[in-house]
Design a protein around this ligand. Structure first.
Ligand code: ADP
Ligand code: MG
Length: 727
């Protein structure tokens, strides 16, 4: 294999990486070199085997077991030629990350010999010990069996010395234990439902997919400083820390150049991404200091999600090489913007028809309005459930905090599409949709600008952006499959109902196009309350949203009830995406994860306050007391009192904050003790949300106040102003 070399860092001086090798500028020379893609298949698989696998990938045909043996053999040879000695099924448990269990290709034979082996059976299916992955009661530890099964629609790849095979992960009895299984089912459901609608338009032969383009935000922190913050190391966010005097007020980071040290990192990251066939395209600074974004060109949703998860782990390891720690937490720093993962989602066909793109003819525009109205209706009817897919312990710090979308799901359409729907409500016939408009700046050397058919609204959680919806409420650390799977499923369900209504109209004699137009109008009329083009941060909107019947709940443990509401259970069983038992188990898992995350945070905060903060505060208070005593000795009573006024004030303040922090920690420990005796996930999660989280905030206030009082030289933790500015 060709050896690609990257920026080499002077490890002894990680803050000043030295670029010694300029990476190959022609990415096409190595793009996808670590992926078992078509080019690799041409080299390592026979034509017949290739044909079978293409059928499987493109048409969803079931792959013959014999063919699997040939694929496995070719894949093994390719992987070994790329330095692999091990293989793993790579899957997506409900913990949110990815999981793998490596096995060696080496197979011992008789007489002390060995050979490399990888059969179709091993490629198809494996049985990792499932007992340590969350199952929400689907699987008792004594029935620990869980199976991983190959997903041929996402290509295998090599990382380091390991061949990774993307797989689904299911229980002994076939229930989904992962994110990928329901995602694949939801994609099948929505594409089937969409094709049935396309038949009306004579486009029933099209191959439809759900598409996704994610925008991944992240923070970088200097590794040395990171290591000095136990809260960052153990919980991925700062549980303590006073504001930095300067943070993002000037918006200067957003519009500035990417710092050179960061750019070196991003370049290396892009090279690693290209080697894995991840089509990253866009890189830029984000609003908060040290915050950045990377985004690819959109792909079929299943592949896009695999690529996102893969990139999330690659990002972390490349950052390490540059002396950084990369934070994917939604809110690593209080008081400044958090990180999201905007999910640009659409339906489209392989021939390039965007089902959420306006067209040129009346018929194309009717198709567009039909898919738009159905999407809006699906989101309106299931807005609480959609929120349940994005609200969790980490993202709860971000949603609704005046920077990210509010915790009420609504949709922004932009002027042109809103106007088109308003006209549709008033008329019986078809309406015109204005496309991109030419706009002259009046500067002769600058050509006409093409103005988009939507303007931007940054506060909307679910915004239409010209040819897709951008679901902005997804958190940066999430497996966005949870959200995309629900979007696909609720749209599939809605399209099925739509088709039923149209068919009824047609059978009573209404011409097909008129029936679609009438039903589109009625669908939009029934859900127009989901549309909101104003300021989503305002209090008026919260009141208005409640009047419109939109879900205003902000507590994650309570919103998870949506997973088993009557409607959710019906929709998911009718579409075949998740059974009631599977939905129940997901809810249990999410409560469990919520509790565990908060329990860890509470413990870390309690330890830090007791072991790091209070001792230092006492030490500084003793210095002040010594000083007061000295003043008294020199100036005598009562003279010294006026000279020691500030010191005495500080001493009082420190006492009050120590007491506040200490009693808070005691209360926290008592709550923890009580929680450790409870075994109801929902009830525990509610206590964590309603009591533990606010108490942690109270303790933090005292500690942050001490940070401003205590001598900077003594403070045991790097401060925000140090963590937040990379030099
Ligand atoms: P923004 O201006 O919102 O920051 P970006 O350029 O960062 O946009 O990201 C937009 C994302 O949307 C990219 O991943 C892009 O490929 C994706 N995208 C564009 N068209 C579609 C579509 N039809 N369906 C899904 N995603 C799309
Ligand atoms: Mg962007």
């Amino acid at each position: 294999m060709q050896n690609y070399r990257f920026n080499v860092i002077d490890k002894a001086n990680s803050k000043n990486p030295i670029v010694t090798v300029v990476p190959d500028k022609e990415t096409s020379n190595y793009y996808g070199c670590n992926v078992f893609n078509r080019a690799a298949m041409r080299k390592y698989l026979s034509e017949d085997t290739r044909r079978s696998i293409y059928e499987t990938v493109e048409r969803g045909a079931t792959l013959d077991r014999d063919v699997a043996d040939h694929v496995a053999e070719g894949m093994k040879r390719w992987a070994m030629d790329h330095g692999a000695t091990h293989y793993t099924h790579w899957f997506q448990p409900l913990t949110g990350g990815t999981a793998e269990k490596h096995d060696s290709f080496t197979d011992p034979r008789r007489h002390g010999e060995a050979m490399e082996n990888f059969s179709g059976k091993l490629l198809f299916q494996q049985e990792p010990d499932a007992s340590s992955f969350p199952s929400g009661g689907l699987r008792n530890t004594f029935e620990a069996r869980g199976y991983t099964a190959w997903d041929p629609s996402s290509p295998a790849f090599v990382i380091g010395d390991t061949l990774c095979v993307p797989t689904v992960f299911v229980s002994y009895t076939g229930e989904a234990l992962d994110y990928k299984t329901p995602l694949l089912k939801s994609d099948a459901a929505v594409t089937k439902a969409a094709k049935e609608i396309l038949e009306y338009f004579g486009e029933g032969d099209e191959v439809v997919h759900s598409y996704l383009g994610w925008e991944q935000e992240y923070f970088l922190v200097d590794k040395d400083l990171f290591m000095q913050r136990p809260d960052l190391v153990l919980t991925d966010r700062t549980l303590l820390g006073h504001d930095s005097a300067r943070n993002q007020q000037l918006d200067d980071h957003y519009f500035a150049d990417i710092p050179p040290r960061v750019l070196n990192f991003i370049r290396d990251l892009e090279i690693e991404a290209y080697k894995l066939g991840i089509p990253v395209k866009t890189r830029h600074n984000e609003v908060a200091p040290n915050q950045f974004e990377i985004a690819p060109v959109y792909e079929a949703a299943n592949l896009a999600i695999d690529h996102n998860l893969l990139l999330m782990s690659v990002m972390k390891s490349v950052a390490q090489n540059h002396g950084f720690e990369l934070l994917l937490h939604e809110k690593p720093f209080a008081g400044i913007n958090g990180s999201g993962k905007h999910c640009n989602w659409s339906l489209g066909t392989e021939s390039g028809i965007g089902l959420m793109s306006p067209g040129k003819t009346d018929e194309e525009n009717l198709r567009f309005l039909c898919f738009m109205a159905n999407t809006l209706k699906a989101v309106y009817d299931n807005n609480g459930l959609l929120k349940a897919t994005v609200l969790n312990a980490t993202n709860a710090h971000r949603l609704g905090a005046n920077e990210a979308p509010p915790a009420i799901i609504s949709s922004f359409l932009g002027k042109q599409v809103s106007d088109a729907f308003s006209k549709l409500l008033e008329s019986k016939g078809m309406v015109k949709i204005s496309g991109k408009k030419g706009y002259s700046l009046g500067i002769p050397q600058i050509p006409e600008l093409l103005i988009d058919n939507t303007d931007r609204n940054r506060t909307s959680p679910f915004a239409f952006t010209g040819n897709r919806f951008e679901f902005r409420a997804v958190g940066s650390s999430a497996n966005c499959s949870g959200a995309i799977m629900v979007l696909n499923t609720i749209l599939a369900n809605q399209l099925r109902m739509f088709k039923k209504a149209v068919d009824e109209k047609v059978s009573s004699g209404v011409p097909v196009m008129q029936a679609i137009l009438d039903e589109t109008r009625e669908t939009y009329r029934a859900c127009q309350h989901i549309c909101f083009d104003g300021n989503g941060y305002s209090d008026e909107w919260k009141a208005e949203a409640a009047r419109r019947g939109l879900d205003c709940e902000t507590s994650p443990p309570i919103i998870y009830d949506q997973y088993t509401s009557k409607d959710t259970v019906r929709i998911f069983s009718e579409t075949g995406v998740l059974s009631e038992i599977e939905l129940e188990s997901r809810k249990e898992v999410y409560w469990e994860i919520y509790c565990k995350k908060l329990a860890i945070e509470a413990k870390v905060l309690s330890d830090l306050t007791t072991n790091h903060i209070i001792p230092v505060a006492i030490k500084y208070q003793s210095v002040l007391l010594e000083n007061v005593k000295d003043l008294k000795e020199i100036y005598g009573d009562p003279d010294y009192r006026s000279r020691a006024k500030s010191q005495l004030n500080l001493i009082d303040r420190i006492s009050a904050d120590i007491e506040g922090a200490e009693t808070g920690v005691e209360e926290l420990d008592r709550l923890e003790e009580k929680l450790s005796r409870m075994d109801n996930g929902r009830e525990s999660a509610i206590i964590y949300h309603d009591e533990v989280a606010p108490l942690m905030e109270r303790i933090r206030k005292h500690v942050d106040s001490l940070e401003m009082t205590v001598d900077d030289q003594m403070w045991p933790l790097p401060k925000y102003r140090e963590l937040l500015f990379i030099h």
